[in-house]
Structure formats: C-alpha cells, structure tokens
Design a protein around this ligand. Structure first.
Ligand SMILES: Cc1cc2nc3c(=O)[nH]c(=O)nc-3n(C[C@H](O)[C@H](O)[C@H](O)COP(=O)(O)OP(=O)(O)OC[C@H]3O[C@@H](n4cnc5c(N)ncnc54)[C@H](O)[C@@H]3O)c2cc1C
Length: 387
C-alpha cells in the first residue's frame, strides 16, 4: 500500500498543523483547566474549512478524502484532542451522514451551515441502557400526521450543549429492530419537545462537552427523516466504520504529542549528573513509544487508503482504532513516567494526554467491541488484502 501523500493531502496537513500550533496551542491548557468549550478556536477552524471536510464544494465544503481527513485529525489532536473529537463528530459522523443519506433538500438546508461552521453537529446513538448494544435503544419515533414524534433520552452526546443539528437514532418498528426497525432523524434544538439534560463531568477532553438529550413528544417534520425509514441502524454502523478511522487518527495525534513531550523532557532533565535521556531505561521506553506510534499510524493510514480506494475497510478501521487507542494510552503513560512526579502535575501537558488517550478506547465502540468486529470479519473469511 502506498502512503505517499498527494500535494493536496500535504497542503491540508500543513494547514491543519499551522492551525493547531498557531490557534490551538496558546489556549489548550487554559481551556482544559477551566473546562471551557473552545468556541473561538472552532470559529477559526471553520474559516480554514476544517468544518467542511465531508461536504462537497457546491455546498460550501472543502472536501477531503479519508487519508486527508485523518491527517487533519492527527495534527489537531497532537495539540488538542478535545477540539479533534468535536471536529471528528461534526465532519465524519454528522456532515458525512447528511451528505451520504440526505435528500437534495436536506443537503441544501444543512450542509452549507455545517461546512461554514455556523452550526455544529452532534450524533446521538448512545442511551443509558444501550451503549455497546446500540440496537437495544429505547428512544422511539412514531408517525403522527405530517411528522414524527420522538420520546426517550440519549446520553454521552458530544457537543450537545452547542450543537445546531442532532442526528438522532430511534426505534420506528420494534418488531424488526434493530436491523430494520431503527430510523435516523435530523433534529434541531428548537424543535418542540426537545431539551438538553445535564452535562456529564468527565475524566478528560475537558473542553469538549457531553450532555443528555431529552425527547418528550418531540415533533420532527417528515422532511427530517434521514434516509429510508428502518435503515437507521445500518446507517449508524456504516458511519462508525468511517468514524473509527478518525478516532484512530486522533489517538495517533495524542501518541505523537506524548512522544514529543517525553523526548524533549528527557533531554533537558538531569539526574545523577546527566540528562535522563542517557539512561537506557528511558531510551528503551522512548523506542517502544516510537514503535507503537509508527505501527498505529500505518494502520490508520491503511484503513483510510482502503476507504479512498473504494475497497472494504471495516475490519481495518476497527484494527486501526483498537491498536492506535492502546498505543496512545501506552505513549501517554510512558510520557508521564519519563516526566517522573512532574508528569503528574498540571504544569506539564502529559497528564492531559493521559486522560484524553483513555477516551479513545471507549467511544465509537470500546476496544472489546473492536475485537468483536475484527473476529467476526476473520470468522467470515475476511482476512484482508495482505493475509
Ligand atoms: C467522552 C465520550 C464521548 C462520547 N460521545 C458520544 C456521542 O457523541 N454520541 C454517542 O452516541 N455516544 C457517545 N459516547 C458513548 C460511547 O460510544 C459509549 O460509552 C460506548 O459505546 C460504550 O457504551 P457504554 O458506556 O454503555 O458501555 P457498555 O456497553 O455498558 O460496556 C461496559 C463494558 O462491557 C464491555 N462489553 C459490552 N459488550 C460486550 C461484549 N459483547 N463483549 C465483550 N465486552 C463487552 C465494554 O467493552 C465495556 O468494557 C461517548 C462516550 C464518551 C466516554
């Protein structure tokens, strides 16, 4: 597989790198400490087209292929994993699903505003009782006159307090759920019967916000059914395959940041009369971090390249997400260790990497679910191109 970057991909990566260094780096720690949403930073991202990666030009987007998108997420996460997860849900889940399954009217109504960053997107699948087992969702939608009525609760919804568009999955036909009995809806925060529940406080990604969504007889116009009724569960799963490449790329960005920090610190910190980088124990740790990072990056690029080539990539995306999120945790842990006690202080960013890396093992399918997906593909005889 050839990972030579095209001129467009290199330019996009450089644009994202400059944005991360110039716009995100100055505020990332302060926003994390204050647990503040990065509103100004997202406006700057929008000006650079980073909110329109999944939107075609005719709807004001700056479309990127899967590898280009992964490069953006990697560069952004290298500085702010919180901004990365907001952009990844917005682009790879919300804008992507509207572009892929929306009708012309829905695309024209939502894509330009998503692309220009005038509204942010949220993706609402998880509920209190249904996480990994998404098909067990309880939120319902019933047809009523000229629209639908939604009832239920969603939990863990990234960007919920700031979103202007929610993609919401609900059961429309309990008899054939989940495969044919779930539908997707485009919900705006002003729709009657919709309200935000409490925000959940969390371990990391502190400037990205998650909250509960409440649907109490929420009226959704018929025109806001996304795709065919009953196809929502298949759409959700298909989208998550793409989303996983994004989370893998996010993990690679965190792992790179952790290695950069560990390398820097080990050169400057002296103990026993010499830089700690001179100790073989430190060198081996750095070497192991680099090795994990290289492997993770290659797996993410492979999954993205397969998608760009129009080939099956679901197993490879799960493999990349699984490995890269474990690599991010490994590298963040290594970076804290190399920093010694200072790694545990807020004075250095490595404790943030450690907290942020953990999330990659949880959302868009836990590591156990990735293993399940990979094993299912293997048992079906899909061993990939290289086997
Ligand atoms: C920071 C953050 C942001 C999120 N953002 C969103 C969002 O924007 N939209 C959204 O819809 N959701 C979001 N989520 C929810 C996330 O996708 C779920 O938390 C995740 O799918 C796991 O579900 P759960 O938490 O209910 O865990 P559970 O499914 O209850 O799992 C608990 C444990 O059991 C394991 N387990 C479950 N089933 C199996 C199995 N069959 N085999 C082996 N082990 C199993 C799991 O791997 C895990 O270790 C977010 C979560 C977090 C932490």
């Amino acid at each position: 597989m050839d990972f030579t970057l095209s001129a467009e991909q290199r330019a996009l990566r450089d644009r994202a790198r400059a944005f991360a260094r110039e716009v995100l780096a100055p505020t990332v720690d302060e926003l994390d400490h204050r647990q503040e949403f990065p509103a100004a930073e997202l406006r700057a991202a929008a000006e650079l087209g980073l909110t329109g990666l999944a939107v075609p030009e005719r709807h004001d987007g700056r479309p990127a292929d899967a590898l280009g998108t992964a490069l953006v997420y990697e560069e952004v996460a290298r500085v702010s994993a919180a901004v990365c997860v907001i952009l990844s849900v917005h682009n790879s889940l919300v804008a992507h699903i509207v572009e892929r399954y929306g009708d012309e009217e829905q695309r024209a109504r939502y894509l330009p505003r998503l692309a220009r960053g005038e509204i942010l997107g949220s993706y609402a699948l998880t509920e209190a009782e249904s996480g990994s087992d998404a098909g067990a969702m309880r939120t319902t939608a019933r047809r009523d006159g000229d629209g639908w009525v939604l009832d239920g609760r969603k939990r863990f919804i990234t960007t919920a307090p700031y979103a202007g568009l929610f993609v919401v999955f609900a059961v429309t036909d309990p008899a054939v759920r989940p495969a044919d009995g779930v539908s997707a809806f485009l919900v705006e925060p002003g729709f009657p019967g919709f309200s935000l529940g409490p925000e959940s406080l969390k371990m990391g990604l502190l400037s990205s916000k998650i909250a509960e969504l409440r649907f109490d007889g929420c009226r959704v116009p018929a025109a806001n059914l996304l795709g065919e009724a009953g196809r929502g569960f298949r759409m959700a799963l298909e989208l998550l395959d793409t989303g996983r490449i994004g989370i893998g790329a996010q993990a690679v960005g965190i792992a790179q940041a952790a290695l950069d920090a560990a390398l820097d610190y080990s050169r400057g910190r002296e103990q026993f009369g010499q830089p700690i980088a001179q100790f073989q124990a430190i060198q081996w740790r750095l070497a192991d971090m680099q090795t994990q990072l290289d492997a993770a990056r290659l797996l993410v690029y492979r999954a993205a390249a397969l998608k760009d080539a129009g080939k099956p990539f679901a197993r490879e995306a799960a493999t990349a997400k699984l490995f890269a999120s474990e690599a991010a945790k490994f590298c963040a842990d290594g970076a804290v260790q190399v920093h010694g006690g200072y790694g545990y202080l807020k004075e250095y960013p490595v404790e943030r990497y450690y907290r942020d890396a953990k999330a990659c093992e949880l959302y868009e399918g836990t590591s156990e679910i990735q293993r399940l997906v990979i094993a299912r593909h293997l048992l079906r005889g899909n061993r990939g191109e290289i086997a």
